[in-house]
Design a protein around this ligand. Sequence first.
Ligand code: 0O2
Length: 184
Amino acid sequence: MEAALNELVEYVDGMRSSVAEETGFDPIEHILARIKSDESMRDKCRRKGLPETAESALNELYDALGVRIVCAFLSDVYAVRDHIAVCPHFSVIEERDYIMHAKPNGYRSYHMILRSDEGYYAEVQVRTISMDTWAALEHHLQYKKPHVGNQRLIVQELKRCADELASTDVSMQTIRDMILNEEE
Ligand code: 0O2
């Protein structure tokens, strides 16, 4: 599993360097890669009503390997997605565009499930800095148990923040495009 994860990360690193050399822009802010811990795998199996076995963790769940790629701009997210889609030794099993189709709570990210030639599954999440910030803060808040009376307002406010950040992403992309067009 470690070898498969390293191969994926090395591919992304290689792509990152060649794009930066070609265009002068590094399309990636940072990358995180992890093998899901035994405890998290067991938790997820329980949540999904699956037996806590290696078989379910590796073949019924698709995120034993996880890579999160954070980009500055929206266009970079889709450029990175296109590169990952042709990663040698991995096939794309599923894609979910939670950017075009945000989750009802406001969560945005581009998700890809890949399968390595050896049969390991990897979930790749590609998102902007804004999307990553929102997901991190929302994740923190999941551990707080809000007073039931406030629950609706909290959900609404989180969604409002996600939508404002999404609108900022579009504005920042527009500014970047204007600068690039002027340079040309
Ligand atoms: P962890 O601990 O981050 O690994 P489904 O296939 O729809 O039944 P699944 O398999 O959870 O559900 O897929 P989904 O919804 O695409 O989510 C996969 C991962 O995306 C999650 O992994 C989270 O990392 C992230 N994610 C999805 N929705 C949200 C959200 O609303 N808020 C935040 N902060 N992250 C989200 P895990 O296994 O849930 O958790």
